[in-house]
Design a protein. Sequence first.
Length: 503
Amino acid sequence: MCGMPSAESTQASVHEPEPVRPTKEDKVAAVGSELIGGPLGRRALLGSSWWTPVRVIALVAIGMFALGLVQKAPCYNGAWFFGASSQYTHACYSDIPHLYQGRGFADGLVPYFDRLPGDMQYLEYPVLTGVFMEVASWLTPGSGAIQDQEQWYWMVNAGMLMVCVSVIAVCVTRTHARRPWDGLLVALAPAAALTATINWDLLAVALTASAMLMWSRGRSLAFGVLLGLATAAKLYPFLLLGPLMVLCWRAGRWREFGKALGGAIVAWVVVNGPVMLFAFEGWSKFYTFSQERGVDFGSFWLIMAQNTDDPLSTDTVNTLATLLMLVCCAAVAALALTAPRRPRFAQLAFLIVAVFILTNKVYSPQYVLWLVPLAALARPKWRDYLIWQACEVAYFLGIWLYLAYTTSGEAHKGLPTDGYHWAIALHLLGTLYLCVMVVRDIFMPDRDPVRRSGDDDPSGGVLDGAEDVFVLGPAARPRQQVTAQFDGTPVQWGRPGATGGSL
């Protein structure tokens, strides 16, 4: 009798939703699974061993990160230190070792407080990233040749960034409870492995992924605190508050949004406040540098500037880029309020960060890390994800070959300007393609892999399954829900009635 399950536990297990198997619903995932023995069988004992999805995906992510470290080996062994273009021809450039001495860490200077020699008077990174860089410098031996110190500094940062990679993989895996294997999209992303140790972006990405997990669990205050910390490490995470506000408006969840906003503001002020008060000039360098920086790598603005005899001024580009971003934000808000079914939070979060990247005057290759976890949650479809990743890998190679061309003198080894423009176009088109797929899913929920599985908004927290209270346009008209068929799976969309305003 003691080995028999109780009636209560049996009833709970009967009603527990079955995890989604990507090899069952995704043809590309099914084909790819042949490398490890084929799709998961019907009689597989899920969750009955140590090898849970979270652990498997975290280990895969660490393995891919390690491969990215191996890819940097030619630079670690000398290309960072000898030869103008060697680090570009090997496509293994990283800011980390160069900034150890270039930003005063080798000399024990305190970021934001101590003025730096040279053109960059203060550290041009947000405060929490500066703290991350400073902690890594404390763990770096201060004796020996400067090359040895820079190698140590890069390795220390790599170890700290590996922790961030693990956090990202675990958070994405757990955000959609019934879709844990979508975390493999993040763990196996080739562009992420290649760009992980170029800069310190993974810190902000890890905090943002943690915030998304907290929101999916209904912990709005924790979400706000983590998002505020993420914004203290990189500027882009604050953009997620815009889509969240519109979704909470549509669902009438203003209290939860207020807690998230308040938590974000308090966390950001706690990190930035002391530096603002006692070293305002150093603290503001990140913002003034971002404003004064000219058109740079990876943007369509660069293509325009390099194909005209009279390029736009930096102030004009700043104004136009801001206006274009505001137009895109308005379009995302309109999409959120007029869609036949309220969009998922991850979908709008991906779109708002993507349009920021597309309209910005600079695109560094590591910026792809911002989108990797959001793309996995917004459009967990292997074919589309891999198409986008292929475009990003092509851009990763393109920018280094272009820099090799411009730094190799008369030899001109690498990719000329026209070729680099094609690499930029490929990056832009790949990101736009994924945006189009997400927008199509919003207008046609039966095409959304997440909603085809029977979920509403598993990353939406209090928004998941909530009724609409404010809708605009045709979606506000009372009508019956529409049930569409896709691969034999019924997906309901539309609304049974309207309780909000209409236009």
